[in-house]
Write a protein that binds this ligand. Structure first.
Ligand SMILES: [Zn+2]
Length: 223
């Protein structure tokens, strides 16, 4: 999990949130059932597109890239059943994969990638995510979202193997220039926010630097 930053609220939400909420309150008052369309207005394409940009098109919780097979669920950080005010609140919306979304259900008080600093709350040992033992919140989040579920660990292992292959090819290079270009794949590109499992990859690269296997950055050239 990585830190996410809220983007400006989409115009459609700014213009309509109050009336969308009011429509639901009116149903409550009148004892009538809201339609699916009225309940799911947070799913408007203009809202979702900003959320996808905000989450780097990954699950906000497990950092999986899934968009090639699945559109992704709009996730309510505080469950929407807690009240009408949470259903269309911009600060309460994000994107999650279907498994994290289902695992989370109506659980509350978990690590919030917008408000918390996830990279300070979780460590990585190979493909395993280890919550900071001093943090009940992180420990509960790992359990609730099943962040070490088999399918995720398997996919993170594949990701680590791919990073390790880049390292091997880079270290085998005799040409210094090519070697640094390949190492920058690891040091820069593969750990960017939009890379899958960026938090884990950062741990991997940081470990290589700490152990002196690679330098933190390319040496200055004389050119
Ligand atoms: Zn997920």
């Amino acid at each position: 999990m990585i830190k996410l930053n809220k983007r400006p609220e989409p115009q459609i939400l700014r213009d309509n949130r109050a009336s969308w909420e009011q429509a639901l309150r009116d149903h409550e008052t009148n004892g009538t059932e809201p339609s699916k369309a009225e309940l799911n207005r947070y799913g408007h394409k203009d809202i979702k597109s900003v959320l996808l940009a905000e989450t780097n098109e990954k699950c906000a919780y497990c950092e999986s890239i899934f968009r090639h097979v699945y559109p992704g669920d709009i996730e309510h950080v505080t469950p929407k059943r807690n009240g009408i005010q949470f259903r269309f609140a911009w600060e309460n919306l994000t994107i999650a994969c279907s498994t994290c979304n289902t695992c989370k259900g109506v659980k509350q008080g978990l690590v919030d990638p917008y408000d918390d600093d996830p990279e300070a709350l979780f460590q990585h040992a190979g493909p395993a995510i280890l919550p900071d033992p001093a943090s009940n919140k992180a420990t509960a989040t790992e359990a609730a979202l099943s962040l070490n579920r088999h399918a995720l660990v398997e996919r993170r292992t594949e990701r680590l193997k791919a990073l390790h292959r880049i390292l091997k090819i880079a270290l085998d290079q005799t040409d210094q220039n090519y070697r640094e270009i390949l190492l920058d794949e690891l040091r820069v590109k593969e750990i960017r926010d939009d890379a899958e499992f960026a938090a884990m990859s950062r741990w991997y690269v940081k470990d290589l630097i700490t152990k002196g296997v690679i330098a933190a950055s390319a040496p200055p050239t004389n050119a």
